[in-house]
Ligand binder design. Structure first.
Ligand SMILES: NC(=O)c1ccc[n+]([C@@H]2O[C@H](COP(=O)([O-])OP(=O)(O)OC[C@H]3O[C@@H](n4cnc5c(N)ncnc54)[C@H](O)[C@@H]3O)[C@@H](O)[C@H]2O)c1
Length: 420
């Protein structure tokens, strides 16, 4: 029976999740006051889930650099929270607000680094969306700063709070699939003919330099003229995003680490390109087609694929053990299939399926609640900075491998990626 999914390695995972520093615990009845920085698709949704999953929270401040999204989140807080929040396009005003204890940062990827460092400095508790940062080095800086943080920091890899992955982890820990040396993870998407191309989200009709703060969006990214596509479809450009690797794949390497007690891969090769969305007018830079292979140090192989031109296989991870398979599909179905050897079934086991509708909503609520409860001294974080950085590193290794067309190795001693 394998060693690496033993009870001992789960204890190791739990230890890694222990908070580095602690504020005095609040009484359980104490309210957690919140500021939201970045209220686009995700920030808006997280705010809704914050209210849905917690009783004792109050959003005091909201920040967005597009006026339309700022108005929208202000209205949502007024409806759900029954208070009028402070509104601003300057995130430093949220951080300067002494009444705000916790901030949710859901801005584009390239802004995570500066905002998280400053939020740590301001002594806030932080929910930072994945990926932790735009480069490995930025993530390492956040990790270092987090060691002295007065607040708790949760990375937005919510699969860790999804009950089905918890179940998979427990089943595999009990040896139900035998040894597991191989995981297949995938995310397939498509768009209808005539619909928007992948990640070409609608640009608001009223968007203009007057209501869209372009310089604040750029932050430390290379300067350029106002460009609506880059602002509203930032995922498609390397200056602001790692594309599939840091937007989607990180969820799946993260949850593989969680389920099997892994940390960093040793090597990574990647291949892909823009094959599907090739209209001349589409200036996207990040691939729509990506395959990545990771080797971990302990005889473990992760095979990842993503394509934006066919969604038949959807989203999932398949934990392929020598005695059975556990698949978690679309974050809402867990399937167990025992291996057959001739006419015998390994361990006399039967197939099993658990299906939980809308399970990602519950996972996000639980993930935010885990942070709120950690702030209140009632829980330990499930996605602290170190595991967020482990997930992000695998994404960045894939981007480096793809863009350099070379194998990338993780130098664990010096915590650096080595190309070639
Ligand atoms: N965990 C998940 O499943 C999940 C899902 C979706 C998105 N995300 C993450 O959430 C983050 C945001 O993604 P999104 O889909 O909401 O993008 P989005 O483009 O819909 O929203 C980004 C928002 O940030 C605002 N913004 C830009 N610059 C800003 C600045 N300097 N200060 C304040 N606001 C600023 C924009 O106006 C916009 O409203 C990304 O890191 C993404 O990877 C995570």
């Amino acid at each position: 029976m394998q060693e690496h999914v033993s009870r001992r390695s789960f204890v190791k995972v739990a230890a890694a999740a222990a908070p580095a520093a602690a504020l005095p615990a609040l009484a359980a009845s104490d309210e957690v006051t919140v500021g939201v920085i970045g209220a686009g698709g995700r920030g808006y949704y997280l705010t809704e889930r914050l209210y849905a999953g917690n009783r004792n929270v109050k959003v005091l401040s909201v920040c967005d650099t597009y006026q339309g999204n700022l108005n929208r989140i202000k209205d949502r807080v007024q409806t759900m929270g029954k208070n009028a929040p402070q509104t601003t396009a300057d995130y430093q005003q949220v951080l300067a607000n002494k009444d705000v204890r916790m901030v949710i940062i859901a801005t584009p990827e390239h802004l995570h680094h500066r905002m998280t460092l400053e939020a740590i400095k301001a002594g806030k508790h932080i929910y930072i969306e994945k990926p932790l940062a735009h480069t490995i080095e930025e993530g390492e800086e956040i990790l270092k700063a987090s060691a002295t943080s007065k607040g708790k920091i949760q990375v937005g890899t919510q699969n860790r709070s999804n009950s089905l992955y918890g179940m998979a982890r427990q089943m595999i820990g009990q040896g139900i699939i035998g040894e597991c040396h191989y995981v297949r993870a995938f995310w397939y998407r498509n768009a209808l003919p005539g619909g928007a191309a992948a990640w070409r989200y609608n640009v608001p009709k009223d968007a203009s330099p007057e209501n869209t703060d372009w310089n604040r969006f750029l932050g430390e990214a290379p300067k350029r003229e106002f460009n609506k596509e880059r602002y509203y479809q930032w995922r498609l450009y390397w200056d602001y995003s790692g594309g599939i690797a840091t937007d989607l794949l990180v969820h799946q390497t993260d949850i593989t680490n969680f389920v099997l007690g892994k940390t960093f891969p040793e090597t990574c090769v990647a291949s892909g390109g823009v094959y599907r969305w090739t209209d001349a007018a589409d200036d996207r830079e990040v691939p729509d087609t990506l395959s990545v292979i990771y080797e971990y140090g302990d005889k473990f192989h992760l095979n990842y694929s993503c394509y934006f031109g066919n969604d038949n296989f959807g989203y999932g991870e398949q934990f392929c053990g020598n005695e059975g398979t556990i698949e978690v599909l679309n974050r809402s179905t867990l399937k167990f299939t025992p291996q057959k050897f001739g006419d015998k079934t390994a361990g006399n086991r039967k197939e099993a399926v658990v299906e939980l509708i809308a399970n990602d909503n519950l996972a996000v609520e639980a993930h935010i609640r885990n942070l709120v409860e950690a702030i209140q001294g009632k829980a330990q974080l499930v996605a602290p900075v170190e595991v967020g950085q482990q997930a992000a590193v695998s994404g960045h290794m894939a981007t480096l491998a793809l863009r350099n067309k070379k194998m990338v190795r993780w130098d664990a001693k010096n915590r650096k990626a080595i190309i070639g």
